[in-house]
Write a protein that binds this ligand. Structure first.
Ligand code: NAD
Length: 296
């Protein structure tokens, strides 16, 4: 079967390498981002068209991939005003929301699109910019089996571990919970390293011990040396986006009436970090925030 034309909306830190991997896999991609500067990443690349609007990108496509910051942006793009892309999508088209959106919004979007004959799956990703570039993302999929099968070749071009976790919204729920666990781990590691430094212990040695012991986690393995102790703070994942994911996870736990005392405290600390470090901070700068707090 011919490959579908893909509209790719949201070509930021993650979207650009993902769209490039789709092009490498032989897809025709019509891309759109409100930040026109990003077009330079695609200059001279064949089978790619930079679209002037989201509507233009979607016109000729049968599969639409969204890699946008959050649910309010996704919802507005889908439903608001004359430029709503739901007005352009045709029955039989498929929308894949790969950003870290809110599971309840995704369920709602899936139901509204279904009424129009349009498929929806949520397929958020984990692995960061490095794995987006390598095409080895972990992808958690929520949605109907038949639409998941349609999406499979597209997702295979982007990721290595694909797990169908349930119905529409389930992928976004698992993603929010994943980032809650990941953020809690980063916070614990930051507090542990700051405390060790105050006692005069070399934090590099502490992290080395953690990685040989039961404290090992994604932060100790992939972030402490590369982004935190080096003070590079350039992981490519914004602090504001991690805070948004924690808000989603906490809200989700409340919605399903699950105990959430620890997530409430974790969220509170990340919100304080976001407030203090300001716009543009990388999420690994939480280490700096924690260190400065404990220096008070
Ligand atoms: P980013 O801010 O780099 O990219 C988002 C892009 O969306 C920007 O280029 C922005 O201009 C564009 N955008 C915003 N509103 C738009 C609109 N209405 N129309 C068109 N374009 C619009 O963010 P990112 O790091 O690429 O993350 C994207 C999503 O993936 C987020 O939901 C994030 O939580 C998730 N995510 C990020 C990472 C990471 O490591 N960066 C990892 C996993 C998941």
């Amino acid at each position: 079967m011919d490959k579908p034309i893909i509209a790719f909306i949201g070509l930021g830190q993650m979207g650009t390498p993902m769209a490039l991997n789709l092009l490498k896999a032989g897809y025709i991609v019509h891309g759109y981002d409100k930040d026109t500067k990003l077009a330079e990443h695609f200059s001279g690349i064949s089978h790619f068209t930079w679209s002037a609007t989201a509507v233009d990108a979607v016109l000729a496509a049968s599969v639409v991939v969204l890699m946008l910051p959050d649910s309010p942006i996704v919802d507005a793009l889908l439903w608001d005003g004359d430029q709503a892309i739901s007005k352009i999508l045709k029955p039989g088209n498929l929308l894949i929301d790969m950003g870290s959106s809110d599971p309840m919004h995704s369920r709602n979007n899936a139901a509204k699109l279904k009424a129009l004959g349009i498929g929806f799956i949520d397929a958020p990703v984990s692995g960061g910019v490095k794995r987006a570039q390598a095409g080895t993302l972990a992808i958690m999929v929520g949605g109907a089996q038949d639409w998941t099968e349609v999406a499979l070749p597209v997702l295979t071009a982007l990721g290595q571990t694909l797990t169908h976790v349930g119905s529409e919204g389930a992928g976004h729920a698992v993603k929010a919970l994943n980032n809650y666990v990941s953020a809690a781990g980063l916070l614990a590691v930051s507090e542990a390293l700051s405390s060790a430094v105050k006692f005069g212990i070399d934090p590099h040695l502490v992290n080395q011990v953690f990685n040989a012991s039961t404290a090992k986690n994604n932060t100790t393995e992939n972030k402490v040396e590369a982004f935190m102790l080096s003070a590079a703070f350039n992981s490519g994942f914004a602090l504001s986006l991690m805070k948004k994911d924690l808000e989603t996870a906490h809200r989700f736990m409340e919605q399903v009436e699950s105990a959430s005392q620890f997530s409430a405290k974790c969220l509170e600390i990340w919100q304080a970090g976001d407030q203090s470090l300001g716009k543009g901070a990388d999420h690994t700068q939480m280490y700096e925030f924690v260190k400065n707090q404990s220096a008070d």
